[in-house]
Design a protein around this ligand. Structure first.
Ligand code: FE2
Length: 280
């Protein structure tokens, strides 16, 4: 990693920003919470893809494919990515090739040959605020995210987080409000929906788990982020900050197209570097 790659450091938690693809490999270091690779420039077709997603011409329903080989992912993409868009570029084949490169990254970092693919286009919503991604006990503790279009993913500097206990107090309240709003919406109770929405907005703007509540950073569209997922048995505990990336999807803006990938191997599998990254 280059010297300017180090973004933040707190309680032995690091978020690395890099313009070098091989920086992604640093995710297996115990102190590293996330690595965000921001290419110096993006291929020309990203703009066309953004336009096609915005217009609804390039749409992918939310799909999860577990335990898939590279060839199976290749075949799924071949059969399911949208074929007819109004652009001059063969977006389908360019996107497919790019996603397979991501599969190769995850395979090379971990040594895995089976992967979990999550792929979707979706409009931003207010369902989730800041949160951490979790995995079952013993599962691979990191995954890769590429947001191709739409607003980037928000995240916070670990040095800005007062404590994980404070963060979980926020998250618990946030999840309760989301559940209650869903019930009110199902009941057709507009007044309650509006009240809960306002309470949620206040909670999201106060960000009581941050020393500087307005200091929010963004991994822009086009960047590739590998980030730590938390063993679910530690969720709600006052664990080390390095164990999970606190992030939030944007709540407004254009429709996003994104891909999540993680190793998805049987329990006996050990990560190539042997740093404790045991996969499924
Ligand atoms: Fe997430």
């Amino acid at each position: 990693m280059t010297a300017n790659a180090v973004s933040t450091r707190s309680d032995e938690a690091l978020i690395l920003l890099t313009d070098e693809e091989q920086g992604l490999y640093e995710i297996e270091s115990p102190m590293v919470q996330a690595v965000i690779y921001i290419p110096r420039s993006l291929p020309h077709w990203f703009e066309e893809l953004a336009e096609a997603v915005r217009k609804g011409e390039f749409r992918v329903p939310r799909t999860v494919i577990p335990r898939a080989s590279r060839d199976e992912i290749d075949a799924w993409l071949e059969n399911n990515l949208p074929t007819s868009t109004h652009t001059s570029t063969d977006l389908r084949s360019l996107v497919k090739t790019d996603i397979l490169t991501l599969v190769d990254h995850v395979g090379m970092i971990s040594g895995a040959t089976r992967f979990m693919l999550r792929i979707l286009t979706a409009a931003p919503n207010t369902e989730c605020g800041f949160h951490v991604d979790t995995v079952p006990p013993g599962a691979n503790p990191w995954g890769l995210l590429r947001v191709y279009t739409g607003a980037g993913t928000e995240f916070v500097d670990p040095a800005n987080v007062t404590s994980m206990a404070d963060f979980y107090r926020y998250l618990s309240r946030r999840e309760r409000l989301t559940r209650e709003r869903r019930v009110a919406s199902d009941d057709g109770d507009k007044n309650s929906c509006e009240l809960l929405q306002r309470e949620m907005e206040q909670l999201d703007s106060e960000r009581t788990f941050l020393r500087r509540p307005n200091d929010i950073q963004v991994a822009p569209a086009g960047s590739i982020t590998v980030f730590k997922h938390l063993d679910v048995s530690l969720h709600w505990s006052n664990h080390a900050k390095s164990m999970a990336w606190i992030h939030s999807s944007p709540m407004a803006g254009d429709t996003r197209f994104l891909v999540n990938l993680s190793p998805d191997e049987p329990p006996h599998f050990r990560s190539r570097r042997g740093r404790g990254a045991t996969a499924h």
